[in-house]
Design a protein around this ligand. Structure first.
Ligand code: HEC
Length: 138
């Protein structure tokens, strides 16, 4: 226990907070890879792009189940509003899932159109940001 706590910056990786943090981190890595491929920060690889878009769509459905229905005492960076305004929070979660589903739909018929992909990835990034603005404490 002590060792796993230390490894994850004081958060128990098996707690709801630890679980959703790990998912959020992967969501960030994957979405940065997708954006990076389109913006020339990393080499564009169509097959890899397709795989990562699918991965993002899958994991974007996963954090929400790890927000307990009753607000936890554990120190986290979620604002109280997550629990006070559940309906709005869930609405923004569904909004994100919709953008990742659209992104995947744009990857089903190679060769892919990069300007379409850019619009789709931008929509995903905007969906992350609009929830963070309302519900994440920095
Ligand atoms: C519906 C709301 C919502 C959406 C959509 C959302 N997030 Fe978050 N995110 C949060 C909240 C709330 C936190 C605060 C941490 C916590 O306690 O869960 C957070 C935290 C994070 C963190 C910090 C994790 C940590 O280690 O503390 C990262 C990274 C992150 N989100 C990435 C993303 C990315 C990338 C997307 C889009 C692909 C995204 N999020 C979409 C609500 C959201």
């Amino acid at each position: 226990m002590a060792m796993s706590l230390a490894a994850c910056g004081g958060v128990d990786p098996d707690s709801p907070l630890g679980k959703r943090k790990a998912i959020f981190k992967e969501m960030l890595t994957v979405s940065e890879d997708l954006g990076g491929m389109l913006r020339g920060r990393v080499a564009y690889d169509e097959q890899l792009f397709i795989e990562k878009a699918l991965r993002l769509d899958t994991i974007s459905k996963e954090p929400w189940q790890h927000f307990p229905t009753v607000q936890e005492d554990e120190k986290n960076s979620a604002r109280d509003e997550v629990w006070k305004e559940q309906e709005r929070f869930q609405e923004l979660a569904r909004a994100l899932e919709e953008t990742t589903a659209h992104l995947v739909l744009s990857t089903t018929e190679p060769p892919l159109n990069k300007s379409v992909l850019s619009v789709r990835v931008q929509a995903v990034e905007d969906a992350c940001e609009s929830c963070h603005k309302e519900f994440r404490a920095y």
